[in-house]
Each structure stands twice: as C-alpha cells, then as structure tokens.
Ligand binder design. Structure first.
Ligand code: NAG
Ligand code: NAG
Ligand code: NAG
Length: 281
C-alpha cells in the first residue's frame, strides 16, 4: 500500500477487494523479501477476497500466481496526472460489480504486509470507516496547489492532501464513482504543469467535503517521509530486517509532513485500543 502521492510512480496498481466470510486466506506480494511475515499463498481460501490488477500493457509484471487472469482493462497511467485517479476509478468500477465486495484496498507491488491476512481482514471489515489519508498542509505543496478556478465548488479551506493508498468501505467506493462535479474540477485545474497532483489531493479533499467523519484521516499503509525528499524513504533488500519490520509494525502514530516550514510535522495517535495493521511501502 502506497503513499503520499508520490509513490505513484509504480508501474501498476493491484486492487484487493475483501468480501464477506469463509475462513483463512493469505496473500503475498513479495514473499521472497520477508519470509517471516509472508501472508502465505493459500489458493484454497480465495473466497474472502478478490484481486483486480491494473497493469501496464507493455510489461505486466505478475509476481504471484494470484494475479494471473486478474487484469482489468487498463489504460496508460502517468505519474501525477489525472490518469492515476482514472485507474483507481476503473479498478473500483470492476470491483463493485461483485456485490460481495465490501471493502476496497488499493495496493502496489511495493507493498509488504505487516500482519497476517486474518488480522488485516478483521481489522478492515470490523471498522465502519474508510482509511483515507487526509490532512491540511498550509505550505506550497499543500494549499499552495489550490487553484481559484476550482471555486465555487471547492474552496481553499476545503483543500486537503494525503497518501494515495486508500482502503475504503463500499459506500465510499460508490461515492467516488458517482462524483463528477469535484472530479471534473480536478481534471481541469489540478495538473502537473501547475504543480498539482490529483492523486495527492482529489480523494482527501472530496472526503473532507462530503464525509469528513467517515474517514480515519490516515492510511493503513506506512510510508516514511521524514527525509523531506520528493520520494519517501526507499528500503533496499538489505535494509529489510526483522528488526525494521518489528519497528514499523509497532509505530502507533501517523506523521504528516507539511511543506510549510512553520508546521513541519503534525502527528496524532492511533486509537491504541484498536491497534492498526499497517503495511509498509
Ligand atoms: C462508527 O461506529 C461508531 C461506534 O459505534 C459510531 O460512534 C460512529 O458514528 C460510526 N461512524 C460512522 C461513520 O458510521
Ligand atoms: C477526520 O478529520 C475530520 C475533520 O478534520 C474530523 O471531522 C473527523 O472526525 C476525523 N476522523 C476521525 C476518525 O477522527
Ligand atoms: C528500531 O528501533 C530502535 C529503537 O527506536 C532503534 O534503536 C533501531 O535502530 C531501530 N532499528 C531499525 C532497523 O530501524
């Protein structure tokens, strides 16, 4: 599960939809990476999730047999462009066709599970909110990207930022598909040429306006932006140790790095009674 927008350089989207009951299953994206934590491929138990893959037509990279035959009709996706949001909508439209799909998780091939499937499944299915990252960044890479041309539908005070990697309830998936008002504003006025990246702002702003209490304001994926660069901290194979994963798994706050020097970071505690299962990117 991927984040704060920029990580969207990845070549494809994987979409996992969780559906109602039967027992244990697991999913593994990079099992050779972290054998201790791997979800375990368990093809006998696929009745609790379905996978939808939006992959590049040129080079589909299927690292798991679970992905084979799961490709949806894809289109070109360019980093920072509205086509990123279009790919997300395409995935949602496909996944919504199955009425059993209740919760929709956007992942990339760089996501590594930090908890086993049962834990993730219960955590996401038992909560009544969506995990959409959403915060106010008063700096140039936050509110600074707002365009007056979005008025009057979207006001500067409504503008939000957040990681692209969402995990949402069915009613929110429907909401994203039916919205054309705000989507059109972003399509027209949030562009790379304006230093505006729709995948970092559209969903946080939309939910902040239409259902602010229906989202957690943080994402179930962990990303480390503390280096203050354009891309979050990257982990190479040799960095990925049991200790690193243990450290990341135990993080219990979401840190939002603002682009305004006066408000460097703001963070808040997760509800510790309900300890998170995050996935690292
Ligand atoms: C989720 O459930 C809690 C506790 O039952 C409730 O207070 C809250 O209003 C619910 N939120 C939504 C968005 O349904
Ligand atoms: C998310 O933020 C909005 C507004 O900033 C707030 O109304 C909402 O309660 C927050 N969600 C949670 C789960 O705290
Ligand atoms: C894990 O956390 C401990 C305590 O904060 C720290 O000393 C250590 O360097 C961390 N290890 C890794 C691999 O991040």
């Amino acid at each position: 599960m991927i984040t704060a927008g920029i990580s969207a350089i990845l070549p494809f989207f994987v979409f996992l939809s969780l559906s109602l009951p039967p027992p244990s299953l697991s999913l593994s994206f990079l099992p050779w990476f972290i054998p201790r934590f791997h979800f375990g491929l368990d093809p006998g138990h696929e009745d609790r999730f379905s996978i939808y893959v939006h992959a590049s037509k040129q080079k589909p990279v299927h690292v798991s047999p679970l992905f084979i035959g799961k490709d949806i009709r894809s289109d070109k996706v360019a980093w920072g462009k509205i086509s990123m949001v279009d790919a997300e909508k395409r995935l949602l439209a496909n996944a919504l066709q199955d009425a059993d799909n209740q919760h929709f998780v956007l992942l990339s091939e760089s996501c590594i599970p930090l908890h086993n499937f049962d834990y993730v499944y219960s955590y996401l299915m038992e909560t009544n909110i969506s995990f959409v990252d959403c915060f106010e960044d008063p700096g140039p890479h936050g509110t600074g990207r707002f365009s007056q041309r979005m008025l009057p539908e979207i006001e500067k005070k409504d503008w939000r930022k957040g990681a692209q990697w969402f995990s949402i309830k069915r009613q929110h998936a429907v909401l994203i598909l039916v919205d054309s008002l705000y989507y059109t504003k972003f399509k027209l006025y949030c562009m790379e040429g304006r230093n505006c990246y729709a995948d970092e702002h559209y969903l946080p702003t939309l939910f902040n306006m239409v259902d602010p209490t229906g989202i957690a304001n943080w994402s179930v994926t962990h990303v480390d932006w503390s280096e203050g660069k354009w891309h979050p901290k990257s982990y190479r194979a040799r960095d990925v140790t049991f200790e690193l994963l243990k450290n990341i798994t135990s993080i219990d706050e979401s840190v939002h790095v603002s682009s305004d020097a006066k408000f460097l970071t703001c963070s808040f505690q997760y509800n510790s009674a309900n300890m998170m299962d995050r996935l690292i990117h």
